[in-house]
Design a binder for this molecule. Sequence first.
Ligand code: ARG
Length: 227
Amino acid sequence: DKADNTETKDVIVMGTNAEFPPFESVEGGEYVGFDIDISKKIAEKLGMELKVENMQFSSLVAALQTKKVDFVAAGMTYTEEKAKEVNFSDNYFTTTQVIIVKKDNDTIKSKEDLVGKKIGVQAGTTGEEESRKIEDATVESYDAGYAAVMNLTNGNIDAVVIDQKPAERFVANNDKIMILEEELTTESYAIAVNKDNEELLNTINEVFKELHENGEYDVLYNKYFGE
Ligand code: ARG
């Protein structure tokens, strides 16, 4: 089976949902982003060719379990729930969930104001989980974060809860919306692998260690998040 023996194959398959800039998106027909570059480093370390499988974010855990993909690099937040289903690498990025609203809205100034409101999220994300905890809120799940943002702009929903970095991208491209100062949660991203694939997990952690030691992590960080 393809994911069982990473030594003898020349292609390693990374699963992602490329609707999450600057971690992963499609530009000019190419997969680009921080996670894509990290995945290339992992493939390089293994001496393999990287193949990217783009799918719904909510399908990624199952794709790992069925060995459709070897690892997932998708700005995926480490959660205890997911850690029961897949193994996570060391954390490689710490961030927050933020609230996006329309600039001309005058009812939502903080998290408390989301009570009873319509909140848009990307399906299967921690943003969805957090939003479902908000009292009396109606949570609308979309396939992609930008679809939630479009519905916010159109006035179909009152707010969007999403990860900070993609939120910054969406806001930079849309002068009708803004990010509230108050953040919802702090989370850490990690790469996920099948529970069976201890070896790949170790390699990924080694790659992270090397990237930190040789300064390449900082180079990548500045490429995508630097001012
Ligand atoms: N960090 C959030 C989570 O793990 C959202 C990640 C969405 N990633 C993506 N590539 N669409 O639930």
